[in-house]
Design a protein around this ligand. Structure first.
Ligand code: ADP
Ligand code: ZN
Ligand code: ZN
Length: 670
């Protein structure tokens, strides 16, 4: 018998396609909105979150199940967190539960075991090693005015801090954090940082600056326990500062009062898998919902943010000079690439420049965004090339481990002793990766100390930190590396930065490739001459007249971006249009394409005037891990029409079981 006073809870669970489910609250159970609960879902028991409590249920006629247990081990998830995850689910066209639940640390999204209480106690223990308070520089006038603008802002205030490398942005962040925390004893702040190896250095800087505060960090490299500890510390308000990578935008805070996104243009803020959210965009949403400031900082802002600043939606804060007055912007020089078949990667111009720099007692940094020995092995007599068995791509030759490795899926195999096709024993490496470059440098500069840093030489953040310390201490003459050496590091004695293989990105068909290349080059260039004498950046390229280099030579982001913005506007490209990408995977390409063609037809019939449906095409990396992939691009002039359309359209999908598909909103590349 159903009693009159029965209460129904709407519960979200981690399952695609299911929105809120109704459960009966047992009469003696105390449940609040935001509580984690154990509920039966089909044959399993899962952790769900209560998002509403009602006196009636929408589901009449079915016997509703009861909530089994309410987990009162910590405070309920707060309303702003529920609002955030709900917004993200709507925006990225996913169910609320499948968006929200996976953001919780594993410990909080599984059924508690018998040792739950004891484990929780461990997780609550937050020991922060006290650090010595350090001297902090007095802000220069420019920094002061930037800090003032932010801390004096009332309510929601989005800022774009456009400051050249070394202009003292990090110092500005630290002051903004300090003043925000000083004003309100409950206030908490979140500092979002890119994925790559920047965290330990920055985290250390934050910790030593706030010796009295509990500073926690969160990133995907941490163990479940460490993640749970950091998460819980901000959820319960015991820590006031969180430094973390993109996943931390989903942390639950007791009273979040400020978010800072460092290097806001960085690609790692966009999740490439799962829910594919943009942490930067969600940061702005959180600030607008919570009515507090958000600071996006970069020396090379994303075009998206730049446009927002141009149209006045974001306030632009500029710092155009380096904080340490002796430091100057580097000189940029261009030189040709070596002749094809010459067997070397560095020209004599480059070698001379390296020699001169080392002679002057300064360090050299050589940047090549391609790890391994050579991108491919080939047989000159029959034309065989090393390929991944599972993907439509080359298998990269790694000399150190004698392996052929696919950089997309991780597949690897031993290097064959002879051509697998014709038996020729003279199979040759083609092209250069960091491993080969290191070898070439060692030949040219036999008595110099050369260090290579890439994901093969340092697979963990800690190892990378140790390696970088060597560079800081001056124990290295030449540092060779990939992207990993481009970011954030405050090298004191680098006199020359050499950039190789920029041309590959110049030739890429992706509309965002140039924007990314420019950002990377500016960042790499920023490693030169940060302190003391002027540094040099030397770029080997076949396209010296490319306008991008002109802008780089002048270190002129505005020039570059103004040009780029014009180009994108004329081409009706992002960010002036809004995109979503439907990708389908299947055993065969035709199955994937067939599914997309069917959905494209429905799309055509549903699409309003301001939404355009493109033709399905194979993806540029067509086969990945033995799955064939195709994509369908949707473009709209208006964000809300796109969102509305996507929900209607998605509801019509009838994918056969051999197809898997995903919709990505605001894809990073198409
Ligand atoms: P960014 O984050 O913009 O690259 P940083 O904040 O790391 O710049 O500052 C670059 C360098 O200048 C650092 O070594 C920093 O300690 C120093 N610096 C920053 N602001 C000041 C200041 N007001 N006075 C003296 N040194 C400063
Ligand atoms: Zn052969
Ligand atoms: Zn592969």
């Amino acid at each position: 018998m159903k009693s009159e006073s029965e209460i129904y809870a709407k519960v979200i669970v981690d399952a695609p396609g299911l929105s809120e489910l109704d459960y009966v609250v047992p009469p003696d159970m105390l449940v609040a909105i935001g509580d984690r609960v154990l509920v039966g879902l089909r044959t399993r028991t899962v952790v769900g979150i209560v998002v509403a409590l009602n006196a009636a249920s929408d589901y009449t006629g079915t016997r509703l199940r009861r909530i089994r247990t309410v987990l009162k081990d910590t405070a309920p998830l707060p309303a702003d967190w529920l609002a955030l995850t709900r917004f993200a689910a709507r925006y990225y066209v996913r169910s609320w539960g499948e968006t929200a639940i996976p953001t919780l640390p594993v410990f909080f999204r599984r059924s508690p075991g018998v040792r739950h209480e004891c484990q929780l106690e461990k997780i609550r223990e937050l020991t922060n090693c006290k650090t010595e308070a350090v001297e902090r520089p007095v802000l220069n006038a420019k920094q002061r005015s930037v800090v003032d603008r932010v801390v004096k802002a009332k309510g929601f205030a989005p800022f774009l801090l456009f400051g050249v490398t070394g202009s003292g942005k990090t110092e500005v962040y630290l002051h903004i954090i300090e003043e925000t925390l000083a004003r309100d004893p409950d206030a908490q702040v979140l500092l979002l940082v890119p994925e790559i190896n920047l965290t330990p250095q920055l985290e250390a800087r934050v910790k030593e600056r706030f010796p009295e505060e509990k500073v926690v960090s969160l990133n995907s490299e941490f163990s479940d326990t460490v993640r749970a500890r950091s998460w819980l510390a901000v959820h319960e308000g015991r820590a006031r500062i969180m430094v973390g990578t993109r996943m931390s935008i989903y942390a639950s805070f007791k009273k979040l009062a400020l978010v800072i996104v460092d290097e806001e243009h960085d690609g790692s803020f966009k999740a490439g898998d799962g829910s594919r959210y943009s942490a930067r965009d969600l940061a702005v949403w959180r600030a607008s919902h919570g009515k507090f400031p958000v600071v996006l900082g970069s020396a090379t802002p994303s075009l998206e943010s730049w446009v927002q600043a141009q149209t006045g939606r974001y306030q632009l804060l500029e710092m155009s000079e380096r904080a340490v007055s002796r430091a100057q912007l580097p000189e940029v020089r261009l030189t040709d690439v070596p002749r094809r078949g010459s067997g070397v990667t560095l020209t004599s111009v480059t070698n001379d420049a390296i020699e001169k720099t080392l002679g002057a007692g300064r360090q050299v940094l050589v940047f090549l965004n391609r790890r391994g020995y050579s991108p491919v092995l080939s047989c000159p007599s029959c034309g065989w090339v090393s390929k991944c068995r599972r993907c439509s791509t080359f298998a990269v030759f790694h000399k150190g481990t004698r392996k052929l490795v696919c950089h997309h899926c991780g597949w690897q195999t031993d290097v064959p002793t002879a051509c697998p096709q014709c038996g020729n024993i003279d199979i040759l490496p083609k092209g250069t990766g960091t491993e080969r470059l290191e070898e070439e440098l060692q030949r040219s500069f036999p008595d110099k100390r050369i260090l290579r840093i890439d994901r093969d030489s340092v697979s963990r953040k800690k190892e990378a930190e140790v390696a970088f310390q060597k560079v800081y201490r001056g124990e290295i003459d030449i540092l060779v590396g990939t992207q990993i050496i481009a970011k954030g590091h405050d090298f004191k004695n680098v006199g020359l930065v050499v950039i190789l293989n920029a041309d590959t990105q110049l030739l890429s068909p992706d509309p965002r490739a140039k924007e990314r290349l420019f950002a990377t080059l500016m960042q790499v260039a920023g490693r030169a001459g940060r302190h003391g004498d002027r540094g040099t950046v030397l770029i080997q390229t076949r396209f010296p007249s490319e306008p991008l280099f002109g802008a780089l030579e002048e270190q002129n982001y505005v020039l570059f971006t103004t040009h780029l913005m014009q180009e994108r506007k004329e081409n009706w490209s992002v960010p002036f249009v809004y995109q979503a990408l439907l990708t389908a995977q299947a055993q065969t390409l035709s199955e994937a394409l067939y599914f997309l063609e069917t959905t494209a037809k429905t799309a055509e019939s549903l699409a309003p005037n301001d939404v355009r449906v493109y033709d399905p095409v194979p993806m540029s990396l067509m086969r990945l891990m033995d799955m064939e992939r195709a994509q369908l691009l949707i473009e709209a002039d208006n964000r809300s029409s796109l969102n509305k359309f996507l929900w209607q359209w998605q509801a019509t999908f009838k994918a056969p079981s051999n197809i898997s598909w995903t919709i990505e909103v605001d894809p990073a590349s198409v």
